[in-house]
Design a protein around this ligand. Sequence first.
Ligand SMILES: Cc1cc2nc3c(=O)[nH]c(=O)nc-3n(C[C@H](O)[C@H](O)[C@H](O)COP(=O)(O)OP(=O)(O)OC[C@H]3O[C@@H](n4cnc5c(N)ncnc54)[C@H](O)[C@@H]3O)c2cc1C
Length: 392
Amino acid sequence: MPARVVVLGGGVGGTLVANLLSKRLRRDVRVTVVDPTGMHAYQPGYQYLALGQANGRWLVRDERTLLRTDVDLVVEPAIRVHPDAGTVQLARGGSLDWDYLVIATGARLAPELVPGLTEGSYEFYSLEGAQRLREALRRFRGGRLLVGVAGIPYKCPPAPVEFVFLVEEYLRRRGIRNRSEVRLLSPLNRAFTIESASKVVQPLMAQRGIELTTFFNVESVDPSSGVVSSLEGEKAEFDLLVLVPPHRGQDVVVESRLGDASGWLPTDRTTLQVEGHERIFAIGDATNLPISKSGSTAHFEAPVVASRIAALVKGSAPRSNYGGNVMCFLETGNRQGTVLRFDYEHPPAPPQPSAIWHSAKWLFNRMYWGVVPQGRLPERMPIPVPRGRSTE
Ligand SMILES: Cc1cc2nc3c(=O)[nH]c(=O)nc-3n(C[C@H](O)[C@H](O)[C@H](O)COP(=O)(O)OP(=O)(O)OC[C@H]3O[C@@H](n4cnc5c(N)ncnc54)[C@H](O)[C@@H]3O)c2cc1C
């Protein structure tokens, strides 16, 4: 009898792991993907949508068209995992049995955690949010435009920095930059989590007149007076506020009592097993791993999980380990960008922004649908080590 693998979530990680497993194990496996919408979104495109540079059709595809034909797709939410029974309960009353379970349910946006955030701010972290922001930007005639994050961790740490560069350029193109203040509110002592990249982007922000306010941990938003307040006791006035909402793990993780206090799955950093559960694996944004929540992370984790499950099904010892590989492009506006490549051992050493990395990001944006879900890109990425530093 083939091994039964259930994959929760048909996003970047879930789709890739399902396809890789079916390709590797063929008749020895029965893979089922469970997803509430049956639609797969290319989330990095949301910021281009908000800026009027992309449309929703480009960003969303039917999940069925991305899965190999021998992978089953169930379109409904999973509501509870029963690890001891080896089952997962589905929203419409059914359940699925599994020998191995992969949880790739991503992150949930939790705007309700910050008073006033839903009514008083815009975001580009969901399709609907990006569409609303696009309309708000069209109506914007100049004023105080603030961009910030309302909680850590959040997916794609460079995205708010990219957005602030791109929106500054957008205002210039519309001829309203001189009437606008553009400011990034960061909860940290720098532009964003990754120190070496902050050192590259901060001088560029200063050159473009983009202000940076550090140690601004958003506490609440007052939509009527147009003021955002921080836990540190500061207040910032805005005409247009763009805030990345707080992120949490999905309800299914919480209901299954598998997650930590924020709903992230305690995950082994190399085997990607959920701690205490040999047959349950976690990938992508759903884990508690202290690395970027990004599509690239999910992309490099999926082959490790596929390889480990394939070995277990064949009765051999799993040998593939995740080394923390991540690779993300970072747009810096004016058709330039840089790249962040790192792993557990090597922090990123981003090159000075250039047209090459902007073009590489756009090439990747175009290629995504035809290469990533199918596993046509390399399963690992070498990390360039700056001269003078040893790889040992
Ligand atoms: C604006 C923006 C820009 C970004 N830019 C980049 C970038 O440049 N590079 C990069 O690498 N990453 C980027 N990311 C991050 C990237 O999109 C995510 O990190 C990536 O999608 C995570 O993959 P995942 O498989 O873990 O989760 P997702 O792709 O989010 O998929 C999770 C899936 O789980 C499903 N699900 C949810 N609940 C349930 C349930 N109860 N049962 C079953 N299924 C469920 C969801 O419907 C979804 O399909 C960006 C994100 C945003 C928002």
